[in-house]
Design a protein around this ligand. Structure first.
Ligand code: 5AD
Ligand code: SF4
Length: 474
């Protein structure tokens, strides 16, 4: 997972950075006596978890509100992936605390990765926080809330080897009604040396395939036309059917979800280069509704740095994967996560990352400079020795190069016609629609009567910027 990091490989995913700190709202609130307000930070997995939390709270009589002042319960679903993400949450907590002082009795809860990382310490540090709940403990929310209402501040940060919330139907709030996330697995066993996720989200476990298919079918029946299958490392999805011991791997799952309906688009995030198989590529090639888009974080383009990162692949292996993807799916879009200025990274090694970007021709990337996280292998073993200004300089170069690569790729799309799923009005004008093609590129085009959000249409690209395509209906 999802700080301004929309990806999962975290988690990553892909969240429009503008949704960061998004407030969940939007289901029929009439029936509820109490109100909760929730803000989510970080990866798509957190946004997806907030929908599970909303579902649990609805059963407890809580409706949602997007007005802080109206809330009986204020929740923040947090991210620990970089220091900045935690700083943002702490700033928000000071705001929530002011509301609480004005309106005694309001409860404040911290959920997610920061809750897991800091545990009861959060109650000491943030005096007005009432409950601290880790990512695997949301079923305990009702009990913790009852305790908090009686003045007992509570913590549950137990991690689980089984919890997948498979039976909880997420409340799709604040959704555009077209695209939804489906969480297919939780946790991560990879232990990349820079990453705090294995500590905050625990061991990897896969969700019952049938519950995933049922959720996809239900979303389709409700009018959704795109699902993104989420996990820290979706390619290692593996679930054994207890009825016949059949093992369902990620490629099998992709095909099962694709068969729900040809008009339901399937995306997924995040893939680990060491785990993505040819079978996954064949599934993408063979099913029109599995999108031609793979988020394949590289992190660094240098083998020595990758080794320090414990990514378990070399630069050559990564390049080979990219080559294979383009062989099997020539029009596939690939994106990446990139970390600049990891411990001991030299200027030449940084240049290797730029070279890898040119080679892979990413349509976009999520780019960061290294932020040391307490408890990780890198924090224990390596010195965070690249000065901040060098990290920032390298990041600026990476961002600039990505802009150039994206623009070149988008300019090549001019004249081509793409099948586009309409997601709603464009940000700039309600006379235009915005949608995406299979490659996850945003296309803006003038509306036509009779078309609405959730419909597919054919759009010819007329012009392009590094961030989007502009076209017309054909
Ligand atoms: N510093 C900077 N970026 C990080 N990421 C994960 N941990 C760190 C860290 N300590 C990035 C990786 C990952 C994405 C979700 O966040 O690129 O893929
Ligand atoms: Fe992704 Fe590696 Fe972190 Fe797992 S440990 S979430 S694979 S970056």
């Amino acid at each position: 997972m999802y700080d301004n990091n929309p990806t999962l490989e975290n988690i990553g995913k892909k969240i429009d950075p503008k949704l960061q700190g998004q407030v969940i709202e939007g289901f029929d609130n009439q029936a509820f006596e109490k109100r909760f307000y929730i803000e989510s930070y970080g990866c798509a997995m957190n946004f997806s978890d907030s929908e599970i939390v909303a579902s649990i709270l609805a059963k407890e009589g809580y409706g949602s509100t997007k007005e802080l002042e109206e809330a009986d319960l204020i929740l923040v679903n947090t991210c620990s992936i970089r220091e900045k993400a935690e700083d943002t949450v702490r700033r928000r907590l000071t705001v929530f605390n002011k509301v609480k002082k004005r309106k005694p009795g309001t409860l404040v809860g911290v959920l997610g990765c920061m809750a897991e990382r800091l545990k009861a310490k959060l109650l000491d540090e943030e005096k007005l926080v009432d409950i601290v709940v880790g990512p695997d403990a949301y079923r305990d929310l009702p009990t913790l809330l009852k305790g908090a209402e009686d003045g007992q501040r509570g913590v549950n940060v137990l991690l689980s080897r089984e919890e997948t919330y498979a039976d909880i139907s997420p409340l799709r709030m604040g959704s555009n009604g077209v695209s939804a996330f489906i969480s297919i697995m939780r946790g991560c066993d990879n232990m990349c040396s820079f990453c705090v996720v294995p500590f905050t989200r625990g061991r990897e476990r896969s969700r019952d395939s049938f519950s995933i298919i049922a959720e996809a079918q239900d979303l389709y029946d409700q009018g959704f036309r795109e699902v993104t299958l989420l996990g820290q490392n979706v390619d290692s999805y593996k679930w054994t059917n207890p009825a016949n011991d059949e093992i369902i791997k990620f490629a099998d799952l992709l095909v099962m979800v694709a068969r729900v309906h040809p008009d339901l688009r399937i995306r997924f995030s995040t893939s680990h280069p060491k785990d993505i198989t040819d079978d996954v590529l064949y599934a993408i090639r063979d099913y029109e509704n599995i999108c031609n888009y793979i988020h394949l974080p590289i992190q660094s383009g240098n083998t020595r740095v990758l080794e320090l990162m414990n990514r378990t692949y070399t630069r050559e292996w990564y390049d080979q994967k990219v080559k294979r993807i383009y062989e099997v799916i020539p029009d596939c879009a690939i994106s990446a996560d990139i970390i600049c200025g990891f411990c001991t990274e030299t200027e030449e090694e940084h240049q290797d990352t730029l070279d890898a970007m040119r080679n892979a021709k990413y349509t976009m990337s999520y780019m960061f400079y290294y932020s040391e996280r307490p408890g990780t292998m890198a924090a224990r073993k390596y010195e965070d020795d690249i000065p901040l200004e060098i990290k920032k300089k390298r990041l600026t170069e990476v961002v600039k190069l990505q802009g150039e690569i994206s623009l070149a790729a988008n300019l090549k799309d001019i004249g081509q016609t793409f099948k586009v799923l309409i997601e709603g009005d464009s940000k700039r004008s309600d006379k235009d629609f915005k949608g995406r093609n299979s490659q996850f590129k945003t296309i803006v085009f003038p509306k036509k009567e009779g078309l609405k959000k959730g419909d597919y249409c054919q759009v010819k690209v007329l012009s392009a910027t590094s961030g989007s395509l502009i076209g017309e209906l054909v």
